[in-house]
Write a protein that binds this ligand. Structure first.
Ligand SMILES: [Zn+2]
Length: 310
């Protein structure tokens, strides 16, 4: 669980202790009220859930838009870079090859499980996720709509053949047997990407499609500069249409691909609730928002609605 950074150094903290304590009590009381409001929204049942990177941080996948985002040194790969440049693809797959271990080793956390419990009990009508880590499916939400796709699948841009990432990982490993050992850094972001030295990247051998022999392989994820497929967007609107409210979990709603659903729900006069650490671009549409750690909040909500054993 992430620790809130200290606002003042320890020596100062002592002097300010009474104020800080008072502030903490107020904050806690506030979030209690907010969680009670969110519980009421869920109690009406059939609430659509939209999740972002913040839900997966407790699974060890850092939120690159959140507090740790400043650690990120390189800009994300765009679709245009990926398609136009062999060097770009080499850079992507080299980093991704290393990052894949973190993604494949990540397990759902209590937040994912609470969402699945709430869904099984009918409080949640369905899940839309901006995450590409597959953790909702692993936690028992098999129908979660993966808005930005999933890292566990690969598509050929030539013949459109689909294959598994596991299979590609074996091929990449065979073509680059000692690459993992030579890579020093292991800083990961949610795209399964790591920081990596350019000279090392230049030695990485990428793989092409086994079906057509020459096609460019791309992870089945939506890159920056690429649109979410229309039918998938419609599926999300349909879910919101048949839902009583929208609950946003762990997303700052920085990109329009997620924010549009908040606007859509608000326009239809459906309550929008947000649980996120820090401000979001959807705050103006929220009828209630709680700034609390997700795992604990979701577990509390599920327990209060009596869908899991306390
Ligand atoms: Zn192909």
């Amino acid at each position: 669980m992430r620790v809130r950074p200290m606002l003042v150094p320890p020596a100062e903290a002592d002097r300010h202790a009474p104020d800080q304590r008072a502030e903490q009590v107020v904050r806690q009381a506030d979030s209690e009220d907010e969680l009670a409001d969110i519980e009421q929204i869920l109690a009406r049942r059939d609430v659509a859930v939209l999740t972002g990177a913040g839900l997966s941080t407790e699974s060890g996948i850092p939120d690159y838009r959140g507090a740790t985002g400043s650690l990120r040194r390189h800009t994300p790969m765009t679709y245009q870079d990926f398609v136009a440049s062999a060097a770009g693809r080499q850079r992507y797959w080299a980093r991704s090859f290393l990052g894949w271990r973190t993604i494949v080793g990540a397990r759902p956390n209590v937040g994912h499980y609470a969402v699945a419990d709430l869904e099984r009990a009918g409080y949640v009508s369905g899940v839309i996720t901006q995450n590409v880590d597959g953790l909702h499916r692993a936690a028992g939400s098999p129908d979660a709509i993966e808005l930005h796709g999933g890292l566990d699948r690969v598509i050929c841009l030539g013949c459109r053949a689909e294959s598994t990432r596991e299979q590609l990982d074996e091929r990449l490993h065979a073509a680059n047997p000692d690459f993992r050992e030579r890579a020093e850094s292991t800083r990961i972001n949610p795209d399964g990407d790591v920081e990596l030295d350019d000279t090392l990247v230049a030695t990485f051998r990428i793989a092409s499609c086994t079906d057509c022999g020459t096609g460019i392989l791309k992870p089945d994820v939506v890159f920056f500069g690429e649109n979410v497929p229309r039918p998938r967007v419609q599926q999300c609107y349909d879910l919101i249409d048949r839902s009583t409210a929208l609950l946003v979990l762990g997303s700052s709603l920085t990109v329009m691909s997620g924010l549009r659903f908040v606007r859509y729900a608000a326009k239809a006069y459906k309550p929008v609730a947000i649980i996120n650490q820090g401000q979001t671009r959807g705050d103006e549409h929220a009828s209630v928002r709680a700034d609390v750690p997700l795992g604990r909040a979701l577990t509390q909500l599920a327990e209060r609605l009596a869908v899991t054993a306390p």
